[in-house]
Write a protein that binds this ligand. Structure first.
Ligand SMILES: C[S@@+](CC[C@H](N)C(=O)[O-])C[C@H]1O[C@@H](n2cnc3c(N)ncnc32)[C@H](O)[C@@H]1O
Length: 218
């Protein structure tokens, strides 16, 4: 956990993308959001995808342990915000956006009012195997029935490099979410040719997948 904090402190944030994620752009309508509903972004960093959602008039709720990430998000997007203490979190609130600074595992459903969709890019795959189990269970526990998750994963031979990002296979996605979710694979390609860092480490393949999960009543 502290490793993430030190990464932010020393600006080692290679996962951060300047461009809006093309899968979010492509599959946003699969959330089937109505006006005023929110998207929850767990382990949000300072992703520009949140600004993209705001520009589409979609409300955003995020959680992130680093205050540096959150403060950079607001300042780099020229957004005003107020800061307050709320339970175990420091809440940074701007127009249409609430970012909770603290531990995802301390968040409960009271913080996710009107959340109908969850956007997970580089969140599940940021966590090691044990934490992924805990993450999937906690996420499932705090979101409403029918809520949809757009989940982006990477899969590669884990023995050929260490994470993060960690390899998450289709079988693992099923194992983590089966039972509580309908699982639909929207996209899956082998993309080693666009991953020079993986190539340099001698990794054989990098599979990139996008899933739409919907929480169902059991
Ligand atoms: C790989 S980054 C991805 C950030 C963002 N999703 C993106 O696409 O840019 C993972 C982020 O999760 C945060 N993080 C890790 N564990 C966390 C936890 N338990 N609670 C809140 N944030 C956490 C880290 O500080 C880091 O910013």
């Amino acid at each position: 956990m502290t490793d993430w904090i030190s990464r932010w402190e020393s600006n080692r944030i290679g996962w951060h993308a300047e461009q809006v994620n093309r899968h979010l752009n492509k599959y946003l309508d699969r959330f089937e959001l109505s006006f005023g509903e929110s998207v929850f972004v767990p382990l949000c960093g300072k992703t520009n995808d949140m600004q993209y959602l705001l520009e589409k008039n979609i409300k955003v709720i995020g959680v992130e342990m680093s205050n540096i990430a959150i403060e950079q998000f607001f300042s780099e997007n020229n957004l005003d915000y107020l800061v307050s203490n709320l339970g175990q979190f420091v809440l940074y609130e701007g127009d249409g956006i609430k970012l909770y600074c603290g531990d995802f595992f301390d968040l409960d459903s009271r913080y996710l009012e009107n959340v109908k969709a969850i956007y997970d890019r580089a969140s599940l795959i940021a966590l090691d195997e044990g934490l992924r189990q805990k993450y999937a269970k906690h996420l499932s526990d705090i979101i409403e029935f029918d809520a949809r998750i757009l989940l982006l994963t990477l899969n590669y031979p884990q023995h050929q490099r260490s994470g993060p990002p960690f390899a998450v296979s289709k079988e693992e996605v099923k194992q983590l979410f089966n039972g509580s979710f309908d699982i639909q694979e929207l996209h899956c390609i082998e993309d080693i040719e666009n991953e020079p860092m993986f190539q340099n480490l001698g990794v054989d393949f990098v599979e990139k997948a996008v899933y739409l999960l919907q929480k169902v009543r059991m």
